[in-house]
Design a protein around this ligand. Structure first.
Ligand SMILES: Cc1cc2nc3c(=O)[nH]c(=O)nc-3n(C[C@H](O)[C@H](O)[C@H](O)COP(=O)(O)OP(=O)(O)OC[C@H]3O[C@@H](n4cnc5c(N)ncnc54)[C@H](O)[C@@H]3O)c2cc1C
Length: 284
């Protein structure tokens, strides 16, 4: 997205074409050990050296870099300018001095690769700068707005899966001579789950519609991401409860839904950060 939104035509041809054809993957390298929610605290540096940038520092929790051809990262190009001294730079993964480590053992989302990046005197051409110098922080925040719509959509998918699995199980499982779906306590859980999923779906579709139509959507994306991720975790907990002891076992899918849903309250801005974004948009 940083390249799509802010890159030159040459960068788009070189990097986006291979992403779109499925030949390569790319990664988004913002988070650092000391700069998570406070992404403006980026410590990685890129110093101009002739016609190159010399990059030093590290990133953590970066998705899919182990399979990527390149990573677009943020780095400080001008000290003492705070967030306005941060730029976005494309770093091909085979560049000497660039190490990617896939060593995390995650709670969930095992289908995605999560990595640490280390830059030890990594040299990339000056032309790998995305957009203008000093605009990387602003660019990455803009990209996160769009990402929040996608995270909300993922959360709706997990919430729907919880509902589908729970409804099926509740209509099959017999206790006290009837299916558990006949108990009002179970019906209320299913009704709440269905209502939340429906609302979250409408919220992310609205944010996506605003984005597609070139209207401001930052607040709506943060609201959709916040609400959808929190109801997905709640839906997964209720799905486990409806499945009883089997819900706690790996032979049923719902324990996985809980492990996967929880990340959605953390990535692309935690729930707390999204509440801050919404409050700021309200005028606080
Ligand atoms: C599986 C996975 C994949 C990821 N993929 C990527 C990726 O591809 N690219 C990338 O750049 N990053 C990625 N991340 C990083 C993710 O975006 C960060 O983990 C997230 O932004 C939180 O940063 P942190 O982990 O440093 O937590 P911290 O910022 O240290 O937060 C810790 C706690 O403090 C709270 N907190 C912090 N500041 C405030 C505040 N001002 N007010 C109230 N509460 C606050 C947080 O909400 C949280 O509850 C990924 C993370 C995970 C786990």
């Amino acid at each position: 997205m940083p390249i799509f939104l802010f890159g030159t035509e040459e960068q788009k041809k070189k990097y986006l074409a291979v992403l779109c054809s499925g030949e390569a993957m790319g990664s988004f390298g913002l988070t650092e050990p000391e700069a998570g929610s406070d992404a403006g605290g980026t410590k990685t540096t890129a110093v101009p050296e002739g016609d190159h940038w010399l990059i030093n520092g590290s990133k953590c929790f970066i998705t899919n870099a182990g399979f990527a051809k390149f990573v677009t990262i943020t780095a400080v190009t001008e000290k003492n300018k705070g967030k306005k001294g941060i730029s976005a730079i494309i770093v091909p993964t085979g560049t000497p001095g660039f190490t990617i480590r896939s060593g995390y053992e995650k709670m969930g989302l095992h289908g995605s690769n999560t990595t640490e990046l280390f830059f030890d005197n990594v040299r990339v051409p000056k032309e790998n700068l995305v957009g203008k110098e000093g605009e990387g922080f602003r660019q990455f925040l803009q990209v996160l707005d769009g990402g929040r719509v996608a995270i909300a959509a993922m959360a709706v998918g997990i919430g729907q899966a919880c509902l589908d699995a729970s409804l099926k199980y509740a209509n099959e499982r017999i206790q006290f001579g009837r299916t558990i779906s006949k108990f009002q306590a179970i019906q209320f859980k299913l009704a709440d789950m269905a209502t939340h999923v429906e609302l979250a779906r409408l919220m992310y579709l609205k944010a996506a519609w605003l984005k597609d139509n070139g209207r401001p959507y930052s607040k709506e994306a943060a609201m959709a991401k916040l609400f959808a991720s929190e109801i997905a975790t709640r839906a997964a907990l209720e799905a486990i409860q409806i499945h009883g002891g089997y819900g706690y076992m790996k032979e049923f899918p719902v324990e996985r839904y809980l492990r996967d849903a929880k990340l959605l309250e953390i990535g692309e801005g935690t729930s707390e950060v999204n509440r801050l974004v919404i409050a700021r948009q309200l005028g606080c």
